[in-house]
Write a protein that binds this ligand. Structure first.
Ligand SMILES: Cc1cc2nc3c(=O)[nH]c(=O)nc-3n(C[C@H](O)[C@H](O)[C@H](O)COP(=O)(O)OP(=O)(O)OC[C@H]3O[C@@H](n4cnc5c(N)ncnc54)[C@H](O)[C@@H]3O)c2cc1C
Length: 321
């Protein structure tokens, strides 16, 4: 259901009808929490042009990469949805790598390894698309997306224009960027300049370590989850969100089908047909317990999407500072 009628719409009508589109589609395969969430309209563009065409003609679309940070409402999604999985083009001119929004970042880590380029090792452990990783300024250990970022092509939905953003324009901060929570800028592709200098084995070792270390403490996708629930707060003792939650004895705490992971208190897993409301209620319990004990209000790292009244109220109380 294309809603806006842009000036060039007539010209593009034929192209638009060829874009893969599904109605009343369950997004369960497109979120790593494996929550059933039916969307009215879902589009799967296969080129950047198709992506821009959709962006300029749909009202406030939700963009989904790998859905590894998204809490989708079990009550369904009314906004049109665009899934970027087919936007997979990568251009390489070593040490520069440019990739489209839908490219899985683990694939970029493998490519960089083959070229003996350093900088994408942390990508090997992330179940993310490039668009989601740039939007969230994803990071792990000592690396983050912003480190080797040069520029990006973004679509500005207010001006209905494609623009080039420099690193400054992106306003990267901890797990944040100009793309997050604004619904204005959408990433089409991004360019990175990596570093020469490491040999193949040291890059591969770093990549393997990133994956292995996680296996000890973090859930794999066999225990469906969407990564760290809360951001690490600034506090005088430098406690991480996981440590604070652990000190509140929250490991294994359940609400409905959702449960705090038994090895790491900053992860919630879907262990038994959890709903988005179960997840939000458990988040609220976790946030309250840390607030009571440490006077620190944890802020969500995950992103909730939905418009059910109860859920929206809970989300509002979770995100107010
Ligand atoms: C097991 C596990 C481990 C994780 N470990 C880490 C970790 O170590 N470090 C870390 O930072 N994160 C981690 N995460 C969280 C998650 O992988 C990252 O936040 C990732 O960057 C999200 O990418 P995605 O493609 O899945 O984005 P999605 O979940 O699909 O989307 C996330 C947000 O990005 C927006 N978005 C997606 N594509 C675009 C686009 N093209 N343009 C604009 N906005 C867009 C979405 O609308 C949404 O707001 C982990 C998650 C899991 C499940």
């Amino acid at each position: 259901m294309l809603q806006k009628s842009g000036i060039y719409w007539g010209i593009y009508m034929k192209q638009a009808n060829e874009i893969e589109h599904k109605e009343n589609f369950d997004l369960l395969p497109y979120n790593t929490l494996r929550i059933s969430s039916v969307a009215d309209d879902v589009y799967f563009p296969s080129t950047k042009d198709e992506f821009v065409l959709l962006l300029s003609n749909l009202d406030n679309p939700l963009i989904i990469g790998k859905g590894s940070n998204l809490l989708l409402s079990s009550y369904g999604i009314k906004r049109p949805v665009i899934v970027t999985k087919h936007l997979n083009k990568v251009d390489i001119e070593p040490p520069v790598i440019e990739a489209e929004a839908g490219v899985p970042v683990s694939k970029l880590a493998e490519m960089a390894l083959e070229l003996k380029l350093h900088g994408f090792e942390f990508f090997s452990a992330l179940p993310a698309s490039l668009g989601g990783a740039v939007c969230m300024n994803a990071g792990a250990n000592t690396q983050a997306v912003s480190d080797y970022f040069i520029s990006a092509e973004v679509y500005d939905s207010i001006e209905d224009k494609v623009k080039t953003f420099s690193k400054e324009d992106m306003n990267f901060t901890y797990r944040n960027s100009a793309l997050k929570n604004q619904d204005r800028y959408i990433l089409l592709s991004a360019k990175f300049e990596l570093l020469y200098g490491d040999d193949y084995t040291s890059i591969e070792t770093l990549m393997r370590d990133n994956v292995e270390k996680r296996k000890e403490f973090q859930p794999s996708l066999k225990d469906p989850n969407i990564g760290c629930v809360f951001k690490n707060p600034v506090n005088e003792n430098n406690y991480s969100a996981g440590q604070l939650l652990d000190m509140c004895n929250l490991k294994s705490c359940p609400v409905g089908g959702a449960m705090v992971y038994f090895r790491h208190a900053n992860f919630i897993i879907n262990f038994n047909n959890a709903t988005s409301l179960d997840y939000l209620k458990l988040m609220k319990e976790m946030q309250n317990r840390v607030l009571e004990k440490f006077k620190i209000k944890l802020q969500p790292e995950v992103v909730y999407v939905g418009d059910n009244k109860n859920e929206a109220e809970l989300w509002k109380s979770l995100t107010t500072k």
